[in-house]
Design a protein around this ligand. Structure first.
Ligand SMILES: Cc1ncc(C[n+]2csc(CCOP(=O)(O)OP(=O)(O)O)c2C)c(N)n1
Ligand code: SF4
Ligand SMILES: [Mg+2]
Length: 385
């Protein structure tokens, strides 16, 4: 079967430049999903119109157990909203998680799901996708789940470039276990397990993903629902592994962790929305920008010292070399505006396609295999009683 690996037989296109451009801040998202054609003729017969799924179809009957006000609700809501637009039947979708508040996600999706063990969601998802490439596979994980206990699994799942989607809810804390520091907690942060302040340097999830050869890397935030929805949709359309870091507020154990750049009154000055093909401009007055000074990015003001828009860096998500994406991922407030958007979207063969090609080649050369024969081949012994 010809499939783009998202379980939709290639109907949903890869993320386009126009689409990536539209994922600017607070814009209207990705627009309506391409409509299927009810009543189209298939092999001489009129095919019945496909049932149009709605958001409500993806809401499970499970009671949601997150704390009132948790950022996880927004992410759930947006993923449920995007699902019908992908045109994938529910029975072809699987959500896999590890352990954590975020990892309760599969219970709330009316799809297949697997609440696995701590840090192992990427391994379970890899098995699911490799065995059933036609499924749309989603990994939901936390900063602790993905980057502490699951760091090894995360890195290897990413580098293999299976066509699956990984959403990391980054609240910079262990939420479920009541507020210990995580690999993304800031230096000096006082938590239940670091009463005198964190002395581990934090990991940047995007840096880890890019260093692990991720072919699609993005960042969004729970507060900006349009941006989040459009980012999830772009990730779903990418063929290959897609990784999204979502800044998520844990209002119980790390409330306001991202407010210094996400709070409405400062957002336009303290954040930059990356838009493919566009110069990197930000600020309330839209007069600040990022330009390269030798090998380093710097913040400049348009109109000062003869600087014009033409001096600014133009965002290109398709650069094969990940250096610029890595550089952007390292930009942080207050030295830089905090960037969100798609950092990188490049094409590379997927694991499952290469695996299928190898299996086909082996069968063509040696014929179909016989497991029983294989097990009984070579040196075998009978263990006597
Ligand atoms: C093998 C194992 N070690 C430790 C734990 C305890 N534990 C459960 S969730 C968790 C961390 C969760 O943090 P994160 O992934 O950031 O998820 P959040 O709750 O913040 O969404 C830990 C350490 C566990 N369940 N299993
Ligand atoms: S502890 Fe934090 S992350 Fe967990 S459900 Fe409550 S608010 Fe959300
Ligand atoms: Mg966490």
């Amino acid at each position: 079967m010809s499939t783009n690996g998202n379980g939709n037989n290639g109907d949903a296109p890869e993320v386009t430049d126009a689409e990536a451009r539209s994922i600017g801040g607070n814009v209207s998202g990705s627009g309506p999903a391409p409509e299927s054609e009810p009543g189209s003729v298939v092999a001489g017969e009129v095919a019945p119109p496909p049932a149009q799924l709605k958001k409500a179809d993806f809401v499970s009957g499970q009671e949601v157990r997150w704390c009132p006000g948790c950022g996880d609700y927004s992410i759930l809501n947006n993923v449920q909203k995007v699902m019908p637009e992908l045109g994938i039947p529910r029975e072809k979708i699987v959500f896999v998680s590890g352990i954590g508040c975020s990892s309760r996600f599969p219970y709330y999706m009316n799809t297949y799901g697997f609440h696995s063990i701590h840090g192992r969601a990427p391994a379970v998802a890899t098995g699911i996708k490799a065995a059933n490439p036609e499924l749309s596979v989603w990994v939901v994980t936390g900063d602790g789940d993905a980057l502490s206990i699951g760091g090894n699994h995360f890195m290897h799942a990413i580098r293999r470039n299976l066509d699956m989607n990984v959403i990391l809810f980054n609240n910079r804390i262990y939420g479920l276990t009541k507020g210990q520091y995580s690999p993304t907690s800031e230096l000096g942060k006082r938590t239940k397990s670091t009463p005198m302040g964190v002395i581990d340097y934090p990991l940047n999830p995007l840096s880890v993903a890019i260093a692990s050869e991720a072919t699609f890397v993005a960042r969004s935030l729970d507060l900006d629902v349009k941006h989040l929805g459009a980012t999830v949709q772009a990730a779903a359309r990418h063929k290959g592994v897609s990784f999204i870091e979502v800044y998520q507020n844990c209002n119980i154990f790390n409330d306001g962790a991202f407010e210094y750049f996400t709070e409405r009154s400062v957002r336009t000055d303290h954040m930059i929305y990356l838009e493919h093909g566009q110069p990197m401009i930000f600020g309330k007055e839209r007069n600040k920008g990022i330009r390269m000074n030798g090998a380093h990015p710097e913040v400049v003001t348009i109109g000062e010292n003869g600087i014009t828009v033409d001096d600014l860096l133009v965002h290109d998500i398709h650069l094969k070399d990940p250096s610029v994406a890595f550089m952007l991922a390292r930009m942080e407030y207050p030295d830089f505006p905090q960037p969100v958007g798609i950092f990188r979207a490049v094409e590379r063969d997927t694991y499952e396609d290469m695996m299928e090609a190898q299996i086909k080649a082996a069968i063509a050369k040696q014929g179909a295999g016989n497991l029983e024969k294989l097990i009984n081949s070579g040196d075998t012994w009978i263990v006597g009683g």
